[in-house]
Design a protein around this ligand. Structure first.
Ligand SMILES: [Zn+2]
Length: 343
């Protein structure tokens, strides 16, 4: 096998676009630009400019992987729906492929992050042991404004028939629960309990009913308690905020037990912006999950925090491009053998 191809990973976020060259689970020569969301054209121009900045440093890549906060029809790389950035309906894979002149692969950012986590295990070694193989069975939950997720099966991203699957945040854990805050008609989804939006909803409700409480004092000009205020109140020991996190943790545990039972991952990791407050919920969530998951599966799984941090999306996008290029070259070799054999 020849040396690894040069691939770039692109992470398109609501506020910034990050691009870097990716080798294994490492990114280098990274650049960042603010995301221009004023129009589709200016957003695409911004992605192109950031990629060209990296190309100027590292040379022309053989492929580019792109992660976006959107639902993607994977085969065509067309954006189905997109929150916060103007990409809905855009054939992103074809559009960027035309601009870069190399193969482009587009996936949901949570899928990219999960793929990065599976590689990071190999780079760092599980439990401090070096040179562990990549984790082939992994589930990642991304807790942020909403709840995203990614599933790696056999080392590859699981996407369903069209690339729209693995929406782990929209698994309902209570059919009569609160309406899902996402673009989703269901009730009691994990996102309705374990997201920044759910924290805000619960804290705001509580604050309005208790004028003397610290949460009431944290009500903003918009009449709502921001997620970071709930975190701050819980860290200071406010019983209301702690109660909110106790339910958050319990429901997260219910969700984790469900995913362990369905996928039997080696590793289930929790990432996203809210994972920075994991000291307020992760241990309790683990206990809840351990009391609910099927014992034979629970014995064999490790639950932990995501390691990729802010670069996980970028790294995963690069890993995706490298995997797709490797598969394409194997297909070409097989085709050549077949042609050879037919002579
Ligand atoms: Zn939902």
């Amino acid at each position: 096998m020849s040396s690894e191809p040069l691939v770039l990973g692109v992470d398109v976020g609501g506020t910034k676009i990050a691009v870097g060259a990716v080798t294994g689970a490492r990114a280098r020569d990274m650049v960042e630009r603010p995301t221009d969301v004023s129009s589709t054209e200016s957003l695409l121009d911004g992605i192109e400019a950031a990629v060209n900045d990296v190309i100027a440093r590292v040379g022309r890549p053989q492929g580019v992987g792109v992660g976006v906060p959107s639902q993607i029809e994977y085969a065509t790389g067309t954006v189905e729906t997109s929150v916060n950035i103007p990409l809905a309906g855009v054939p992103l894979r074809a559009e960027l492929g035309r601009r870069f002149g190399v193969p482009v692969f587009v996936d949901n950012d949570a899928n990219c992050a999960a793929l990065a986590e599976a590689q990071l295990v190999s780079a760092e070694g599980a439990e401090g042991h070096p040179a562990a193989p990549p984790c082939s069975e992994l589930v990642m939950l991304t807790l942020g404004t909403g709840v995203g997720g990614g599933v790696v099966i056999g080392g590859k991203t699981y996407r369903g028939a069209h690339g729209l699957g693995a929406e782990l945040g929209h698994v309902s854990i209570n059919g009569d629960g609160p309406p899902c805050p996402g673009n989703c008609p269901n009730y009691g989804c994990l996102e309705a309990y374990c997201s920044g939006q759910a924290l805000e909803r619960d804290a705001t409700e509580l604050a309005r009913g208790r004028p003397d409480s610290p949460l009431h004092a944290a009500l903003g000009d918009d009449g709502r308690v921001a997620g970071r205020e709930v975190v701050a109140a819980a860290e200071e020991g406010d019983p209301d905020a702690l109660r909110i996190f106790a339910r958050f943790a319990r429901m997260l545990g219910v969700g984790i037990a469900t995913f362990v039972n369905v996928f039997e991952p080696q590793l289930l990791v929790v990432g996203g912006g809210l994972s920075r407050a994991s000291h307020l919920f992760l241990e309790q969530a683990k206990q809840e999950a351990g009391a609910r998951a099927l014992p034979a599966l629970w014995l064999r799984v490790t639950i932990g925090l995501a390691r990729g941090g802010a670069d996980a999306g970028l790294i995963g996008a690069g890993v995706l491009a490298a995997q797709e290029l490797a598969m394409a070259s194997r297909d070409t070799e097989r085709q050549a053998e077949f042609t050879e054999g037919a002579r």
